[in-house]
Design a protein around this ligand. Structure first.
Ligand code: NAP
Length: 530
């Protein structure tokens, strides 16, 4: 698919109650009894939802008139009543006439919305013609649990839904790839009728998070992580607190982290809190990406302003870039991508900057009040343990600062290859214990030796640590590794892997926004959520 024209002009940016986003947040109630649903309604209100969806098909002993009267009247929030049959992905298996009678009753009893399936919408809407209360709205919905059809097919579907007399169009499809969301965005952003566009599944997450940006009428947020009414549904709490849902507008800039898997990443937490703290009109999301090129080709307008990049895309993403920071190019891996206003992509590797700057600061602390100008790494003997991704970042970064680099690795060939590239010396990991041509060397562990769960291991002996003035460990689980504990006991300055992690985040923030990172906030959040 080629790039899509994400025209966002002409959309309402603000309407109701001082909220920036006019998109409603609806929480489905999945309780099996009326009493449970009553409790859920209160919770939804406390969390900050706008609407509750009463899923009648979840109720075990549903007694239409008393139950609906109670639920609709007691609800502290506007109500959307849905009675989803099995043939549309719901739980109701009974008589169709009774089902539709219940929906009509909900309307008469004061529900604000009902959701009726496209298959029966024509007849249903005819049956209530001229009887609809003021402000009551019918959502006509279509669910596709297999895929997301072509833009043309979705367009035809919208036309069919509109032809039934729907007040609100709802289309829910299934994401096989994150780029499927783009076709739903095209529909919601251009639709003349209020439209709910949802792409179900983990790959469809951005269709839900970014619905305020693309003019969606409503999005669904679950009460709890385990209580979702459709695959891929985020919680209402995450929408509001993690992704700043209320602040997303049509002109909001979008950042994110591409990876697979990616849901575990804490980056959205850090970046969204940082954006909010300075009032930046931007959001940072999780992008579960299978095909990096397709992703960049599809989300290609300047609004998609950049992303962080994690496993397994750090190398594949290189091929999609227009410009690559020279060191990142040498390292052969990128983790930070910025889209320039002209649409081109520039990539950086902030891992090496994060690690090297932390080590430099550690050395400056050692040099006292009047550290020498330039990098304190210049001329130092810098021993890198490991020759993988992190090893390359450290070796190139240190060499660039003028250090004399030694690479020691379990597999000698990999040490040799990296050492040759940075103009350094290679050895096996086993040789490092007896390597001390001088005192005051710098040691950087980038092997995974000592990482959880094998926290009792260390890559070199304690005895040999006395020749180093500073020891850095890239491992951050645990923060205090055996290597760092022993180095501290030996008298060396120590630099934690968490410091590399957090500083690479600062660099990404600077590259994205051109602003200094709110470092204290990042540190507090890392501490709290580590
Ligand atoms: P990688 O590319 O897979 O490289 C792993 C390195 O560890 C290789 O040099 C490998 O040696 C060595 N190694 C693995 N098991 C070993 C063992 N039992 N004995 C000796 N050497 C062993 O991994 P990576 O991405 O560079 O990550 C390495 C570590 O750095 C991980 O703990 C990771 O969490 C950490 N890291 C931290 C940050 C941060 O921000 N703090 C960033 C990136 C990575 P061979 O070549 O012989 O296999």
């Amino acid at each position: 698919m080629g790039s899509l024209p994400f025209t966002v002009s002409g959309l309402q940016t603000s309407s109701t109650g001082g909220r920036s986003s006019p998109t409603l947040l609806c929480t489905p109630l999945m309780g099996t009894t009326v009493d449970q649903m009553l409790i859920e309604m209160q919770k939804a209100k406390e969390i900050g939802s706008d609407v509750v969806e009463i899923r009648l098909d979840c109720l075990r002993n549903f007694n239409p008139r008393p139950d609906l009267e109670f639920l609709v009247k007691q609800s502290p929030l506007p109500t959307l009543v849905t009675y989803r049959p099995v043939w549309e992905g719901g739980q109701y298996e009974g008589d169709e006439t009774k089902r539709q009678d219940a929906l009509r009753l909900a309307m008469e009893l004061g529900a604000d919305y009902i959701d009726v399936e496209l298959e029966v919408a024509h007849d249903f809407n005819s049956s209530i013609y001229g009887k609809k209360p003021e402000n009551f709205k019918v959502i006509v919905s279509s669910h596709n649990f297999h895929n997301t059809p072509s833009a043309e097919a979705i367009g035809n579907l919208v036309a069919r839904i509109q032809a039934t007399g729907a007040d609100i169009v709802k289309i829910a499809t299934t994401a096989l790839d994150i780029t499927d969301c783009a076709r739903i965005f095209q529909i919601t952003v251009h639709s003349q009728v209020p439209t709910i566009g949802i792409v179900m599944g983990e790959r469809g997450l951005i269709s839900r998070l970014l619905s305020p940006k693309f003019g969606g009428y409503l999005t669904y947020g679950a009460l709890e992580a385990g209580a979702i009414s459709a695959p891929g549904q985020p919680t209402a709490k995450d929408l509001l607190d993690l992704y700043n849902f209320r602040l997303i507008r049509p002109d909001t800039t979008v950042y994110g982290i591409i990876g697979k898997p990616v849901g575990h990443s804490k980056s959205p937490l850090l970046f969204n809190a940082a954006f909010k703290s300075v009032g930046l009109n931007a959001v940072y999301v999780h992008y579960l990406v299978d095909d990096v090129k397709k992703f960049f080709d599809t989300y290609s307008s300047p609004d998609w302003a950049g992303c962080s990049c994690t496993i397994p895309h750090k190398e594949a993403a290189l091929k999609c870039m227009n410009e690559i920071d020279p060191i990142a190019k040498k390292i052969g891996a990128i983790n930070n991508i910025v889209r320039r206003p002209d649409g081109t992509l520039t990539a950086f590797n902030t891992d090496y900057i994060g690690a090297i700057s932390a080590i430099e600061d550690g050395l400056r602390g050692l040099n006292g009040k009047h550290p020498a100008a330039g990098s304190p790494l210049a001329g130092k003997l810098f021993v890198v343990l490991g020759a993988g991704g992190a090893g390359k970042s450290l070796a190139y970064g240190a060499a660039q600062k003028g250090a004399r680099v030694v690479v020691a690795n379990r597999t000698f060939e990999r040490a040799k290859e990296l050492a040759d590239k940075v103009g350094g010396q290679a050895m096996t990991l086993a040789e490092v214990d007896n390597f001390h041509p001088e005192e005051g060397m710098v040691l950087a562990n980038t092997t995974s030796v000592g990482m959880k769960p094998k926290i009792d291991e260390a890559p070199i002996s304690k005895q040999s640590l006395k020749h180093y003035c500073l020891v850095f460990d890239a491992i951050y689980t645990p923060k205090d590794t055996r290597l760092l504990r022993e180095a501290r006991e030996t008298g060396a300055v120590i630099v934690y892997g968490t410091e590399m992690l957090i500083r690479q985040g600062f660099e990404q923030y600077k590259n994205f926004t051109g602003l200094p990172a709110p470092e204290d906030l990042f540190r507090q959040l890392m501490e709290k959520h580590a």
